[in-house]
Design a protein around this ligand. Structure first.
Ligand code: SME
Length: 162
């Protein structure tokens, strides 16, 4: 399993205080996208609870128009509300889905909690149908927990980036 060998690399990236939080998140996206064949786009969205929107702060893969997503819209917006993992084996089966390109066939979104609050999420798009297993969910949940450790929240429970 590549996940066990990736964990120390993720930890090393996240603990590098010489890099900004966003640089570290971008490096994690890049590591995951380049290391796992069926991860074709990897990004972190973070929540603005006042505005009820998600904001793309770091990603690796093709640029997307969907840098702001209202809570409730698409797979990401649903996870902002449900607080639950969302594995989509085939995006064609989803009514409430925001397409980032015709190549994308499947997606997984895992919420990221800080102080028990759903403050963001990691989003993976794949060009393969049904590639994600429980191992992906466990790994990505671990990644989010590690990321959570380096984040701080403002008084509105929004993640602060330097
Ligand atoms: N497909 C997502 C939108 C974000 S892109 O995957 C980058 C969704 O339905 O929320």
């Amino acid at each position: 399993m590549p996940f066990d060998s990736l964990k120390p690399q993720v930890s090393t990236i996240l603990s590098d205080k010489k890099q900004s939080i966003l640089q570290r998140l971008e490096a994690v996206c890049s590591l995951l996208e380049s290391s796992i064949a069926y991860y074709d786009w990897v990004g972190f969205y973070f929540a603005d609870h006042d505005k009820q929107t998600l904001h793309l702060e770091a990603f690796s893969g093709a640029p997307t128009d969907h840098v702001t997503i209202p809570f409730g819209k698409g797979i990401c917006g649903q996870v902002a509300i449900s607080n639950e993992d969302f594995v989509v084996p085939n995006v064609q089966d989803q009514q409430n889905y925001i397409s980032c390109g015709i190549d994308v066939k499947s997606e997984v979104v895992i919420p990221l909690f800080k102080e028990g609050i759903n403050v963001g999420q990691i989003d993976i798009d794949s060009h393969v149908i049904d590639p994600f297993t429980e191992d992906d969910v466990v790994f990505l949940t671990w990644v989010n927990r590690e990321v959570s450790e380096i984040l701080t929240l403002d008084s509105n429970k929004k993640v602060v980036f330097e």
